[in-house]
Design a protein around this ligand. Sequence first.
Ligand code: ADP
Ligand code: MG
Length: 284
Amino acid sequence: MSGALSVVHVLDAAGAAPAGSATPGLVDARDISVDFYLDGVRQRVLDDITLSVPTGSFVSLIGPSGCGKSTLLKVLAGLIAPTEGQVLVNGMEPHAAAKRRVIGLAFQDPTLLPWKNAIENAAFLLMTADDAISQADAEARAAAMLKLVGLDGAERKMPSQLSGGMRQRVAIARALALDPQVLLMDEPFGALDAITREEMSRCLLEIWQRTKKTIVLVTHSIEEAVFLSGEVHVMGGAPARILETLPIALPQPRTPDCITDPAFKAAQQRLRSLLIEGHQRRPA
Ligand code: ADP
Ligand code: MG
């Protein structure tokens, strides 16, 4: 398939999937526990975590710093094997799903190659993952994804010429170029200033609404979680568990002014008190 055609495929798929048509469990984690060993001493970080991420949904994981959010995301991505429990991504073990490009990843650090321009960076993973694709097709798809993240016109810029927000957009375009079914994001806007972060939030909302990718976002921002998510899993305690799964009862499609909705404030307050509870359940 040509790059241009595969882009049409993504956007058509988005159009064909009306809001609310989600079916359960594209990502299913059952009874996940993770132990790490520090100086030979076993430390349980995650305990008995079960969650199900419906196809096409936007789900956030929120919790105190150090509670195990990144660890859980890495388990979902197949980067860490759980000590106990099982994860299935579209019915496959996560590492098998990752190999088949079902999973796309974005982290706080965009990790762009400094000697490649925006389009080459956005095409890079696709070129690596697909031996058969030509550079022209990979770059056509990368260009479409750069457009989707609002970076048309910056395709030939080098990472050093891009702002932090723009670099993160390239990293998201790079993940989307793989056409994954699920995008796992670990505090992707954590290093950005407040205003850029809000801009990126709106950009991500638009990406989700247009592509209908399933998105799991790790964030420590209450506002970001409420604004973007259909459901927020609140983690806390040591070892961490899911303290509560909070559905966000804001209308879809979300618009930037949903922050004035009383349901927004109510969800914010509930998350704040759950986070405080999560802190208190940890050793000082
Ligand atoms: P969060 O993302 O919520 O800030 P992490 O998942 O990064 O938390 O870490 C959870 C806990 O696990 C922390 O105490 C951290 O020090 C520990 N940890 C994370 N990765 C490892 C590792 N590879 N080896 C040992 N301990 C780890
Ligand atoms: Mg983390």
